[in-house]
Design a protein around this ligand. Structure first.
Ligand SMILES: *Cc1c(COP(=O)(O)O)cnc(C)c1O
Length: 473
């Protein structure tokens, strides 16, 4: 039998195994494919019955390390352009290990003044980094989806209160549907947040003036005027297909005129605020009622990391706080208790990897990282424009490049590009995914990993052209 207490002497050895494997693994990311061929058998080794007698600390950890370092998708590396997936800066990775080492629960101050204070500090630093007012309330979440949920919970509380209902205590019964208006860029996670909030994901009305989804401000204005009571506007800072932005300032103008709530989903696009070159894309965010973003995308902090900011800090507490449990802190507590400001109760010290990376690289380091990705995206855009068999489908504004493979002798380009996208993932040397943009099946690589170089984006272009030629030849 293996008991952790009997095996306590093995702690150092198990951790050493991880650190010994870590540097060679991380070094290998620059050259190895995104996924190794034939990982299925290895992944299968995860299975089998629950062990009756455990392997013991060292053997159990060694097994996981052996399987994981080969079978994992090497998405922490520089050529995973699928979705919007960041890597981990060295400091963020180490900070995350420290979070596991210390195993804090910064849900409430009494459980961890250190973890709670770290969260308060990083929320302040992040507001400063993005140019958001220091007076905004905030909380760390697991993701942008849960941050959208958190911010829209605050919006829902605000909206219900305007109808004379305390939705926290009394729920939604008797209330009309909450009007939620956006552009065609609205992300699925906002709709998921609405579905979790009991508001329904199909209630979002999308006002688009073209097939790309760009906002129709006149239609939005009209809908706000006609709405039954206050509405919630969702502005999208960074559309996932092209990296395009809703005009936040203009939407803030409408929100102010009609007494609506303005929510900004900036899961990756909020990082435009970090560089003077792209800051204009998010102009007006400081007028929003709520703003969210992800740590595990462009901040390059390990999963799971997101954050939500709300103009009126009291609303997070109203939406998530006050449970009347005698063993928990109460409403009048002089310290902040983050479990009352977001969906999680017990929670990981998510602040530590964020603290570590911001402390290690500072505003300048993170700005340089963002600008490097802007340059790489522009470079990729130019390579696409120069290639006779590639077609750039939207201007490159940020870190996403939307393009497709095209040849005059191929009639069904959508089918070809869909097969190309699928082949890329089987091939494994680089990863990029397809989308449908303005009715066209297209690739939409996103560049947000600190390790990515010019050579990596050049490799993406040459592999796409190679596979495209093979499939159409
Ligand atoms: C990725 C993304 C989300 C969801 O983020 P998760 O961290 O995956 O929950 C929300 N909105 C936009 C615009 C995104 O790109």
């Amino acid at each position: 039998m293996s008991l952790p207490l009997d095996d306590i002497h093995a702690t150092g050895k198990a951790l050493e195994l991880v650190t010994e494997a870590a540097v060679p693994y991380l070094d290998s990311l620059s050259t190895r494919p995104v996924s190794d061929p034939d990982t299925a058998a290895l992944i299968g080794e995860l299975g089998g019955p629950l062990p009756e007698r455990g392997d013991g600390t060292v053997d159990g950890v060694a097994r996981l390390l052996r399987i994981g370092t080969s079978a994992a998708t090497h998405s922490a590396g520089p050529r995973f352009f699928h979705f919007v997936v960041g890597g981990s800066t060295p400091a963020a990775l180490a900070g995350d290990w420290i979070a596991s080492l210390l195993d804090q629960n910064p849900g409430n101050w009494a459980a961890s003044p250190f973890g709670t204070q770290a969260e308060t500090v990083v929320l302040g630093w992040l507001k400063d980094l993005f140019g958001l007012p220091a007076s905004y309330g905030g909380v760390l979440t697991t993701s942008a989806t849960s941050a959208n949920f958190t911010a829209l919970s605050a919006a829902r509380f605000w909206w219900a209160e305007r109808h004379g209902v305390d939705v926290t205590t009394d729920g939604l019964a008797g209330l009309p549907p909450m009007p939620v208006f956006s552009s065609g860029y609205v992300h699925v996670s906002t709709r998921k947040a609405l579905q979790m909030l009991g508001l329904g994901r199909d209630t979002v009305r999308r006002f688009a003036r073209d097939d790309a989804g760009r906002i129709d401000l006149h239609a939005l204005d009209r809908a706000l005027a006609e709405a039954d009571g206050p509405a919630v506007i969702v502005a999208n800072a960074g559309d996932v297909n092209t990296g395009d932005f809703d005009p936040i300032d203009e939407m803030a103008e409408l929100a102010e005129r009609h007494g609506a709530w303005l929510h900004v989903d900036g899961a990756f696009g909020l990082f435009a605020a970090v560089s003077p070159r792209t800051r204009h894309l998010v102009s007006g965010i400081e007028r929003a009622d709520s703003v969210i973003s992800d740590g595990h995308k462009w901040l390059n902090v390990p999963y799971e990391s997101g954050f939500a900011f709300v103009r009126d800090p009291a609303l997070l507490g109203r939406a998530f706080g006050a449970w009347d449990a005698p063993y928990l802190p109460g409403e009048g507590d002089e310290h902040v208790n983050y479990q009352f400001l977001g969906p999680d109760s017990s929670r990981r010290a998510r602040a530590l990897p964020i603290w570590a990376t911001l402390r290690a690289y500072g505003r300048e380091g993170h700005r340089a990282m963002v600008e490097r990705h802007l340059d790489l995206a522009a470079h990729l855009g130019r390579l696409v424009e120069e290639a006779p068999d590639l077609e750039l489908l939207a201007p490159v504004q940020l870190c996403v490049v939307c393009f497709r493979y095209r040849r005059p002798d191929v009639t069904d380009l959508d089918a070809l590009n869909a097969r190309l996208g699928a082949e890329l993932l089987v091939d494994g040397r680089v990863f990029a995914g397809t989308t449908v943009y303005r009715g066209m099946t297209a690739l939409r690589p996103a560049i947000v990993n600190w390790r990515t170089t010019e050579a990596d984006v050049e490799l993406l272009v040459s592999i796409v052209r190679e596979i495209g030629a093979r499939l159409s030849g």
